[in-house]
Design a protein around this ligand. Structure first.
Ligand code: 6AU
Length: 279
């Protein structure tokens, strides 16, 4: 798959066809941050406290909203207002995987009302391309809540030992993304997807954004099969954005830590694009 990662975020934002990708690339350039904090916390208070403290240093705030024990309207309103206050987008790591009809209800309805507040969600291609079509029909609809300003990441790899998200599965994620460029922002992938996918189905303007998770400066492996790489290594291997959870929020001083990730991630990005980007 061709990559535009040699270009600056600003240059990519200018030509990107996807509105959410444009916003994300613009705010990364503005805030000089390619950091996504994975806020795997279990109460509204902890979640909002972290978003408020780390908000200035991040591009995207990632939630697992179904682990919040006291989820309510306050959770949603708090996330929305902090996203505006600190200019970050919200990524609900829901990993949709079911049949189209079911994921539509999970995305748009239920107690969690994900499409109302999450700018970005992710999905697995396991069930085939219908899942992307189903989610896109909601995310690109011009509703009062989101005006079609929603995006999807395809889960093209997984970080865990023994992951089956490889080969034909990864290729199918790319082929499906190519069919839904107005909705698919990019991939959750361990590295750039340059070695896979059919080049004949690519178009010139293709610019999928790569989000690499399993990022941690302090340790190589986590418990339960999680595998890590450093921010610098992740960016050198093709990540446009780095996702880190415990490596940031579970440290003694998460604000200092997130600033370190921001600096390391930004310097690695500048190295890749060849110096200070144009204003
Ligand atoms: O940095 P950690 O290990 O504390 O957290 C990593 C976060 C978790 C996982 O659910 C998520 O990243 N994740 C994902 C995502 C983002 O889709 C995919 C994957 O393969 N591995 C992974 O850890 O919230």
């Amino acid at each position: 798959m061709a990559s535009k990662s040699f270009l600056t975020y600003a240059a990519r934002a200018k030509q990107h066809p996807n509105p959410i990708a444009r916003r994300l690339l613009e705010l990364a350039e503005e805030k000089k941050s390619n950091v996504v904090v994975s806020a795997d916390l279990t109460t509204t208070k902890e979640l909002l406290y972290l978003a408020d403290r780390l908000g200035p240093y991040i591009a995207l705030f990632k939630t697992h909203i179904d682990i919040i024990s006291d989820f309510s309207n306050e959770t949603v309103e708090g996330l929305k207002s902090l996203s505006e206050k600190h200019n970050f987008l919200i990524f609900e790591d829901r990993k949709f995987v079911d049949i189209g009809h079911t994921v539509q209800m999970q995305y748009d309805g239920g107690a969690l009302r994900i499409s109302e507040w999450a700018h970005i969600v992710n999905a697995s291609i396991l069930a085939g391309d219908g899942i992307v079509e189903a989610l896109a029909s909601i995310g690109t609809a011009d509703t009062v809540e989101h005006k079609g300003q929603r995006g999807l990441l395809m889960l093209a790899h997984m970080t865990t030992k023994g992951s089956l998200a490889t080969g034909a599965y990864t290729q199918a994620s790319i082929e499906s993304a190519r069919l839904h460029k107005d909705f698919v922002v990019g991939f959750v992938a361990n590295h750039a997807l340059t070695e896979v996918a059919d080049p004949t189905t690519a178009t010139e303007d293709e610019d999928f954004v790569v989000f690499t998770t399993g990022v941690n400066r302090a340790t190589k492996d986590g418990p339960l099969g999680q595998q890590y790489q450093t921010p610098k290594k992740a960016i050198a291997r093709g990540a446009d954005f780095i996702i880190s959870g415990r490596g940031i929020y579970a440290t003694e001083n998460p604000i200092e830590t997130v600033q370190l990730y921001q600096k390391e991630g930004w310097e690695a990005y500048l190295d890749r694009v060849g110096g200070e980007p144009e204003a």
